[in-house]
Design a protein around this ligand. Sequence first.
Ligand code: PLP
Length: 577
Amino acid sequence: MFKSRFPYFSVNADDKNKNTRVYLDSAATTQKLDSVLLAMDNYHQEYNASVHRGAYQSAQLATKAYEQARVKIQQLISAKKADEVIFTSGATESINMIANGLSINDLSGTTILVMASEHHANLLPWQAFAKRHKLNMDVIELSSDGIFSERELSRLYEQLSDDIALIAIAHVSNALGNIYPLEDIIEKAAKHNIVSVVDGTQALAHISVDVQKLNCDFYVFSGHKMYGPCGIGVLYGKYEALTALAPSKLGGEMVVDVDFSAVSFQMPPLKFEGGTPNIAGAIGLGEAAEFVKNNIEEIKRHEEKLHQYLIRQLSQFDSLIMVGNSAALPTKNNINNHDFSEHLSIGTLSFTVKNQQLNDLALYLSQAGVAVRVGHHCAMPLMKRLKLQGTLRVSLACYSDLKDIDYLIEHISHFLRLDESQARLHALTETKSVDENKQHFLLASKVQQSRGWDNVYRQLLLASKSLRILPQELRTSLTSVSGCETDLWLAMADDRFAAYSQSKVVRGILALLIERADHNISCGIHDFDYLQYLEFLGLSHYFSEGRRDGIANAIKTIDVIMKTNANANANAKTNED
Ligand code: PLP
């Protein structure tokens, strides 16, 4: 809908081969709005100067634009005054500034309460704070499938008491997309004098935010998740909360008076903006704020419609398991038995797929030009509670469209069908392939002859089935190979190489390496460049960043085993002689 406002999507627009840019990772970072880029360019080219200092014209223009950006953000989040908006480098810095500047004397309870789905950025500073001040940590629970409904809300209300000092909670979960009913929660928390810190990083681009209505003490977010630049973010605080908060970034510009042994600070916001700020970033963020403010109703409508469509399309895959509030929304496969009816999720959707390595699926999608994220999404405690290693997350934004979703679904469908058809083919040709494997480099030659990612992928899947699997009891820390995003083991078992990884793609690559290593052993070749070999097979550019080191380490392990064996054989021979 707003796609034409985002230059990222028009790069190589007329080159069909390079043009697939299905960007579904907006929860990680959003694409940048044209007016954001223009405003930043204008500042750099036309009035580049530092703020709050010089009397010359550029400095005045820069200060004016910087302070105007503050006002635009005040308007976006409906803060009472612009002085409650502090520019930081991002949500992480904002939360650390609160945790480092809060006085324990301003807190009444002894426990910090955090939401189970919290991003590490809104967990680790509080863990450190609790340790420093000898406070307890407690968790707001979700259901076993990551849902927050009336049931979980009632449980949370029971947790709120005078014993709670502070509640740290996201407005929207980055890992699940859940929108939390903060207005009600904070109203109840305030009755117990609980300080509220809201991480709004995933909210601003997708829902309306009114900090006065929320009545939270602090609200933080990052520019790059709302169409603005990286390296800029906001710490909002009620003015009295900011007055009480100690500054943790000390230096130039934030003081009224300094002596060698004493200092008096400026009032907020300047007392928190020590050093030369990210002026271009603030100006860019101001533009992004204006765009979101002017369009938020249309954005919400558009994203809600896409989200519903995405849920419906994904629910056609029986092996796909959604987590988070999206899983509770009614679909044809899922009769909603949760006790809320409102739309309580943004268009961020997390899921796993039965019997599939999500990294394989993400790699497959990436080869087709689709950007999605796999992993714990910086919410490891949540994944542990959900008993998952991670999820595949699809995250929408205002520029997403039906075509993006259709393209995604087509390729997920293709991936799953490919897998089924390989299993059938393997069953049919099992006997034959055992015989064929007696020939040298059968797997390698098939990969090398394949053209295009689909065919290479198909051959890797087939190769993975030929891998000599390292028995479970031998998968220990001694045989583990580090550096791969999925667990990987490689060793000698019964005088032959064997290996294991949950990823089928990695298993395929290991099978190719072992096929070659087996041959090298039989021919007495001890020096061989396996990495170059994979390159020669045309595979190296298919290694994802998260696997490159693991594969390199697997090769080192093969080398070490080969050389150790060669030495042992040589010694045995000398002894015989
Ligand atoms: N909080 C949430 C919910 C996030 O999604 C993120 C980033 O992924 C952060 C905090 C940290 O943001 P930043 O890295 O911009 O400081």
